[in-house]
Design a binder for this molecule. Structure first.
Ligand SMILES: *Cc1c(COP(=O)(O)O)cnc(C)c1O
Length: 373
């Protein structure tokens, strides 16, 4: 594909004009584990589907192209993508990560990696001085989520990657929330970009998938060996579903963003809401209700927005981070970090913003009535 096309065009055209034999506009789903060799040492380029599958390859090229990287890797989940990247490190290595991290990433870092001797230390990535102070001889990488989840704080990727370069660290960015449409970490000097494609890239609350991209040849080779060696690859059918979802990302993102802006304006004026956390772009926002007792009746009275634990899909979902996504973070740490018991997170879908707003307003009214009764 022409490299000069916009991201919007690249998204829509991914997989088109690839199947020379049939001219299929959509990438075919290659449900084949094995590929014939015509003779010893001869191959079509495909041997065995864990190592390479033509459908997965279309997806991997598409995400590399979108992020402006060289090599893409499709994994069975966002967590598998993070595990693949963490597998680059070895015993004695240390990683510095964002403090306000996706709960599952925090759990993986806490419960799994210490047994392999890889330590993770946490910092507020907006505090550049503290980031620098934490760096030691064995520090190998910065692992940054921006905006953070659920507090929606943005980090300065350029400043962080300058620190990474000066100290010979890899800069790893989880770009799940903004997607390559709103943020391109390689432009700021990142080395590796990770996605939970379960969220915006897939966009339909129907598949679990993860993606890794690097713009570095040597890292690409190492990541290929990890992906093929461990086998956390995404299947052909799910690769195709993800490609299909990605084609409409630009349209969806625009609507997610419009809705999030409209909902955050309503919440800012609402008497039962004490704080709205919305960075001004993207489809995610968080807010604090006046009283923890409002939370349960609010969630029970939602009729349109679903009380469920994911984000980035066409359907609006509301999450209660302290008992859902962030339950594995010790309470004192969680509250100190700002993930209080009054905090709610909303993933604005692409329904009409009037309907989303009226649903939340009505549920808040009913919740207030309930706690006054
Ligand atoms: C969901 C999520 C993950 C984990 O991805 P899965 O696809 O659920 O495994 C990682 N990082 C962020 C920011 C997420 O939102």
């Amino acid at each position: 594909m022409d490299r000069s096309y916009t991201r919007e065009t690249k998204l829509v055209q991914s997989g088109n004009r690839r199947d020379k034999r049939t001219g299929a506009v959509n990438a075919p789903i290659y449900m084949s584990t094995a590929f014939e060799h015509t003779g010893v040492g001869e191959s079509t380029g495909y041997d065995y589907a864990r190592t390479g599958n033509p459908t997965r390859e279309v997806l991997e090229e598409a995400i590399a192209e979108l992020e402006g990287g060289k090599h893409g890797f499709a994994c069975s989940s966002g967590m598998a993508a993070i595990q693949a990247v963490l597998s680059l490190f070895s015993q004695g290595d240390e990683i510095i990560a964002s403090m306000d991290l996706y709960g599952g990433t925090y759990r993986l870092f806490r419960q799994y990696w210490p047994q392999w001797g890889v330590d993770v230390r946490y910092v507020d990535p907006r505090d550049l001085q503290s980031v620098e102070q934490l760096i030691e001889d064995n520090t190998k990488a910065l692992f940054i989520e921006t905006p953070t989840n659920p507090l929606m704080q943005e980090a300065d990727l350029q400043a962080l990657s300058n620190i990474a370069k000066e100290n010979n660290l890899f800069m790893i960015v989880d770009n799940t929330f903004y997607t390559p449409l709103l943020q391109q970490p390689f432009a700021f000097g990142a080395d590796i970009v990770i996605h939970s494609a379960t969220k915006y890239l897939g966009g339909h609350n129907d598949i679990v998938a993860g993606l890794v991209v690097t713009d570095d040849e040597a890292l690409g080779e190492r990541l290929f060996n990890i992906q093929n060696g461990i086998g956390m690859t995404l299947g052909a059918f799910d690769s195709w579903l993800l490609l299909r979802g990605m084609k409409t990302l630009a349209l969806r993102m625009e609507k997610h963003q419009q809705n999030a802006r409209a909902v955050s304006e309503m919440l800012q004026k609402h008497p039962l809401i004490t704080e709205v956390l919305y960075p001004g772009r993207g489809g995610m926002l968080s807010f604090k209700v006046q009283d923890e007792k409002l939370v349960d009746p609010l969630l029970r009275h939602l009729r349109l927005v679903t009380f469920a634990e994911s984000l980035g899909g066409v359907e609006s979902l509301m999450t209660y981070p302290s008992v859902q996504t962030h339950a594995d973070i010790p309470e004192s740490v969680r509250i100190k970090n700002g993930v209080t018991n009054e905090l709610m997170r909303l993933s604005c879908g692409i329904e009409s913003h009037e309907d989303i707003i009226s649903d939340i307003e009505t549920a808040l009214e009913e919740a207030e009535r309930k706690i006054q009764a």
